[in-house]
Design a binder for this molecule. Structure first.
Ligand code: 5RP
Length: 217
């Protein structure tokens, strides 16, 4: 089965979680694009969507799905998003699409976070995928030095500016055995806007190639 097919199956499965009359939190990426396409068929049954990126907003609007402001909505019953890596405890690396900060905000505001992935995203220990860190531009070097201090090798994602006007450092060569601890540590570096480790607020459910996975820990 191709990765794209697995992504599509996961996205389609997640559509079953959408409740009538509700607001749906929508992530970013190629897997979520399949979810948005499917959501279009349910657009008359939902109130609208809260979007995690300009990219997803454009796709939602093009398909006639109202995009709502999180401040007006408060909490969302369901958030559906992809991931770059997922460990057995449903902790994630996200941000390959540079949308990590808004994704993290919606995940926090969600009662239920359903992560949709293809099988290749599953790992025993997070860190093979370089960990994205969104930084205020003037703090890029300062944050990079601090990340070297914790054992990583940060690489500036040159040419990419996030929807929030910030930059991304991708941290290579991490073996993340304590995801909650590392998330807290990186969050404390001045200039860090957010880190693409979703450990304190992990996914509630993970759908892999259309199959709901049970949590191992
Ligand atoms: C964007 C993300 C995406 O969810 C992640 O990169 C996975 O993308 P895809 O579904 O295209 O594999 O975190 O910031």
């Amino acid at each position: 089965m191709s990765k794209d097919h697995e992504k599509r199956l996961s996205a389609e499965k997640a559509l079953a979680y959408v409740e009538k009359g509700s607001v749906v939190g929508v992530g970013t990426g190629s897997t979520v694009a399949f979810f948005i396409d499917g959501l279009a068929d349910l657009r008359h049954d939902i109130e609208g969507a809260v979007s995690s990126s300009e990219q997803s907003t454009a796709r939602l609007r093009a398909l006639g799905i109202p995009v709502l402001d999180l401040n007006a909505v408060g909490t969302v019953p369901l958030y559906v998003d992809g991931a770059d890596e997922c460990d057995p405890g449903n902790r994630l690396i996200k941000g390959g699409g540079a949308a990590l900060t808004r994704e993290k905000i919606i995940a926090e505001a969600a009662d239920r976070f359903v992560c949709v992935i293809d099988a290749a995203k599953q790992v025993d220990v997070l860190g093979r995928f370089p960990l994205p860190v969104e930084v205020v531009p003037m703090a890029r070097s300062l944050v990079a030095r601090a990340l070297v201090g914790i054992g990583g090798q940060p690489v500036w994602r040159e040419g990419v500016t996030t929807d929030n006007g910030n930059w991304i450092l991708d941290v290579h060569h991490l073996r993340i055995v304590d995801p909650v601890g590392l998330e807290a540590r990186i969050n404390q570096i001045p200039g860090v806007v957010s880190v693409g480790l979703f450990a304190r607020r992990a996914a509630d459910e993970v759908i892999v190639a259309g199959q709901v996975r049970s949590v191992a820990m």
